[in-house]
Ligand binder design. Structure first.
Ligand code: MG
Length: 222
């Protein structure tokens, strides 16, 4: 499998964004935009206006990770803005998930789900064959830079085994705690997409930071 790198824009330096975006554009495969509403998670982050502004600057895939209680109400807006992936938390779309899936597919937008640490594959039992990406959260959603919850590794294995057994082709992504002490385990258990946040941006030289991380991950035997 290929390794893909998704950049968590909430971790970028807002005061250096103009400069950072040029480097990000060179190295990233996806833009990961965390949208939090202060209800589903105890934080507020990036907005739909931010995604709209970013859309004008890049043709690379934009993934909107919706951590909000009513994401279904914003799907039309996101389709209008032109995102490539929308990633939902299962319990926020229970009432109309098949309608949302249909809408995404009709608009050639990929449908993703994010599983919080306590949420298993059974939460998406009746629609897991429709997902284009499963994001395994190795931390509770809400904040960058948290330590990994070790149980999440079991889930990466389980999701990977499910994909193999059913010959499916959804992407397996890890959100939270992607760093030099976890990359190897995450890759070896089947991660395709690494969301890079605090580890990437903590280096002063963003370009070197990307190169170091990408090289490190490429060198791991999967
Ligand atoms: Mg996220």
């Amino acid at each position: 499998m290929m390794n893909y790198f998704s950049t968590s824009m909430m971790c970028a330096d807002v005061f250096r964004l103009q400069e950072q975006i040029k480097t990000i554009e060179t190295y990233t495969d996806f833009y990961h935009i965390d949208v939090m509403d202060g209800h589903f998670v105890p934080n507020l982050t990036l907005s739909f206006d931010y995604i709209k502004a970013l859309r004008k600057r890049t043709k690379k895939p934009i993934d909107a990770h919706l951590m909000m209680t009513n994401p279904g109400e914003f799907v039309d807006l996101l389709l209008e803005i032109g995102v490539d992936y929308i990633t939902f938390h299962p319990r926020t779309i229970q009432k109309d998930v098949f309608r949302i899936i249909k809408k995404c597919k009709e608009n050639q937008v990929k449908f993703g789900v994010a599983l919080s640490p306590s949420i298993g594959l059974e939460a998406i039992q009746y629609y897991k064959n429709h997902v284009d990406k499963i994001t395994i959260m190795t931390v509770e959603p809400g904040f960058a830079g948290q330590a990994a919850i070790p149980e999440a590794i079991e889930k990466i294995k389980e999701v990977y085994a499910y994909r193999q057994a059913h010959h499916l082709d959804f992407l397996i992504e890890v959100d939270g705690s992607n760093n030099f002490s976890t990359f190897e385990t995450y890759k070896q258990h089947g991660t395709d997409v690494f969301i890079l946040g605090s580890t990437l941006f903590k280096e002063e030289d963003l370009e070197k930071s990307y190169q170091k991380i990408i090289q490190f991950i490429e060198d791991i035997h999967g």
